[in-house]
Write a protein that binds this ligand. Structure first.
Ligand SMILES: [Zn+2]
Ligand SMILES: [Zn+2]
Length: 155
């Protein structure tokens, strides 16, 4: 799973900008500086906002050789551009798959947030590499586990 972008409302863009950026004079715009800070493309608009967009390709690992996909960001880019439903594994197998897209609400605090916020170990594989996307949305970088994130739509 890879975060691929952030969508903010104009109000929250202002909030996030003031929280994360210092006031150093610069020739770069706030949105460019924030993109730099978060290492993700930012869009500001007034509908369907305050989300982080996360994408993943399934199945992963490769159903033929069981190797996990590498360079996911590039694979996802290519998958979207080529529109063929074919995924290429590190060993060169081509298999048909789908892309799942998640829209995670960044600012929403859910009731289970406090409970799961303390999670530092993957419940499935015991890896310590848990990636948090929001207080209640997280996934494991080492296996397929996630906190029950629901895909908005599939392509
Ligand atoms: Zn393979
Ligand atoms: Zn895991």
């Amino acid at each position: 799973m890879v975060p691929t972008g952030v969508v903010l409302s104009p109000d929250n863009f202002a909030v996030v900008t003031s929280e994360h950026l210092d006031n150093i004079e610069t020739h770069l715009s706030d949105s460019l500086r924030l993109e730099h800070h978060l290492a993700l493309p930012i869009s500001v608009r007034s509908e369907d906002t305050d989300i982080i967009v996360v994408k993943e390709l399934v199945p992963n690992p490769c159903p033929i050789c069981r190797h996990p996909l590498k360079f996911l960001r590039e694979l996802i880019d290519r998958f979207e551009k080529e529109n063929t439903n074919l995924i290429r594994c590190p060993l060169g197998h081509h298999y048909s798959g789908t892309m799942k897209i998640y829209h995670l609400n960044i600012f929403q605090q859910s009731e289970r947030a406090e409970l799961e916020n303390n999670l530092s170990e993957c419940p499935a594989c015991r890896s310590k590499k848990i990636q948090y996307l929001s207080p209640s949305d997280m996934f494991c970088l080492d296996c397929d586990w996630d906190s029950g994130m629901v895909a908005r739509y599939r392509t």
